[in-house]
Write a new protein. Structure first.
Length: 364
């Protein structure tokens, strides 16, 4: 007989950019909810859009079986943000969409909605909880930038992909005596570039948190070349920013960027070539980082967070996001991550680790 549960019926959705481990988390939630507590589960298609358009279906074990290792999300995802961006700017709120979400929630007779997503999704979840809906958040993103949890699933898998790419670039950079700039995801936070850069032995690592001085990078690359190293690898987060750009207003920065290539890697490669005269190439890893099977570590984290979310459901502890703190899985109030980003702290030990092994972080 199933255990007693406060929540009898709940909805589940995945929103924002997908990542490896989403299906493992869906399976964790659904299995524990169904097997332990006999809860009814409503799968919502394509993030919050599925609630706006009432695109839903009841999930049975055959729907969440065999998905542990599957990339992507069986529910589909979208970047639909009924409250606008991650700010609390009231002007961006689409009240028709918010009403539609509330209507669908009540028509479906849900006791709670479980949202799997990044900063935007958990912020939307918090705002819906302020509108009276019961919400439980589950943090996911390859960017590892969700405030309130030590790690997000997806990060570990993307790190392995990024590291393998850096490993592979070494031999071609060496063969051609080139500098290669590889761009990894991370608009606002540089976790992925920092970890993959250290794991792959990047010679320069550039993060959004540390505006770079192109002259410092140039000095480092020239010194390397003079010491007999014929090639260099520069690992840049997509949000890497130069001191020069940091000084520009938004409009000038946009113009400068549009005139200097489609993304950070191209811009930085060009700046390096101009600064040093070294032949420099750019590689953008892009969506490769988000696709494919989750790593073992992400499967474990996703499953643990998923089953922990079910304990919150069973106990009626709504308005919370499950989180990893140290080696413990627990939960925090959904208001904690709302509208925030977990950046790499400037005193984070790995910045010094990187510098200690001779990596230039762009600042000296
Ligand atoms: O999911 C977060 C992320 O991976 C960011 O690092 C990146 O900027 C963004 O997704 C790009 O995703 P999309 O093109 O799907 O909006």
């Amino acid at each position: 007989m199933a255990n007693l549960s406060v929540t009898k019926r709940f909805g589940i959705l995945t929103a924002g950019g997908d990542c490896p481990g989403l299906n493992a988390a869906i399976r964790g939630v659904c299995r524990a909810a169904y097997d332990r507590y006999g809860m009814e589960i409503v799968g919502i298609a394509n993030g919050f859009r599925g609630l706006i358009e009432n695109d839903t279906k009841v999930l049975k074990p055959e729907n969440f079986s065999g998905i542990l290792t599957l990339g992507g999300t069986i529910l589909g995802s979208s970047r639909e943000k009924p409250f606008g961006g991650t700010t609390s700017d009231k002007d961006e709120v689409d009240s028709d969409k918010v009403s539609a979400i509330k209507d669908t929630y009540s028509k479906l007779n849900l006791d709670c909605l479980v949202v799997l997503g990044g900063n935007g999704t958990n912020t939307t979840g918090y705002k819906l909880s302020c509108e009276g809906l019961n919400i439980i958040g589950l943090p996911k993103t390859i960017d590892n930038d969700i405030f309130g949890t030590d790690r997000t699933f997806g990060f570990h898998s993307a790190l392995a992909i990024g590291t393998e790419a850096i490993d592979r670039l070494h031999s071609t950079a060496q063969s051609h005596s080139r500098v290669i700039v590889i761009e990894l995801m991370g608009h606002k936070a540089g976790w992925l570039a920092l970890y993959a850069g250290v794991a792959g032995g990047g010679d320069v690592i550039l993060l959004p948190e540390i505006p770079y001085d192109i002259r410092a990078i140039g000095r480092h690359l020239v010194k390397r070349a003079k010491s007999g190293k014929t090639f260099s690898i520069v690992v840049a987060a997509e949000g890497a920013i130069s001191l020069k750009e940091a000084d520009m207003d938004k409009k000038d920065r946009k113009k400068y960027r549009s005139e200097n290539g489609p993304s950070a890697a191209y811009r930085i490669a060009r700046e390096i070539q101009d600064e040093t005269g070294m032949e420099t190439r750019a590689t953008v890893l892009g969506y490769m980082q988000r696709g494919g099977i989750p790593s073992a570590s992400d499967r474990v984290l996703a499953t643990s967070l998923g089953t922990a979310a079910v304990e919150l459901l069973a106990n009626g502890k709504y308005g919370r996001m499950v989180a990893l703190t140290g080696n413990d899985i627990g939960s925090i109030d959904l208001s904690v991550p709302e509208g925030k980003i977990k950046n790499v702290p400037l005193n984070y030990y790995m910045i010094d680790t990187a510098k200690a092994v001779g990596t230039c972080m762009g600042d000296e």
